[in-house]
Design a protein around this ligand. Structure first.
Ligand code: ZN
Length: 99
């Protein structure tokens, strides 16, 4: 369990939106990195086609696959950098005070 930085409400692990104030608890870079991985996975399709057409001197699918792979890799790197720079969305719960 941790607390929402904005309103202090307790939020469960893995929750993407604060139940108290509705603030998004996903760091911006995390989403970008996820898109990057999806792009990398998609790039494998033209690369696989490209491997089959290479011996026919047909390089276009390989070039497209390579370009898409690079785009995905750039998104992953940028997303990771953003995650590191972004402020925390949750904080450790404050210790209970005795009254
Ligand atoms: Zn909140």
């Amino acid at each position: 369990m941790s607390d929402c930085v904005k309103c202090g409400v307790k939020v469960e692990e893995g929750v993407t939106r604060c139940p108290g104030c509705g603030a998004s608890l996903i760091k911006t870079g995390t989403f970008m990195e996820l898109i990057g991985w999806v792009v990398v996975i998609i790039s494998s399709i033209p690369i696989i086609i490209g491997l089959k057409t290479l011996d026919q001197n047909y390089y276009l699918p390989m070039v497209i696959g390579g370009a898409v792979l690079v785009i995905g890799a750039v998104l992953i790197v940028l997303g990771r950098g953003k995650s590191r720079a972004a402020a925390d969305t949750v904080k450790a719960p404050a210790p209970a005070t005795r009254e």
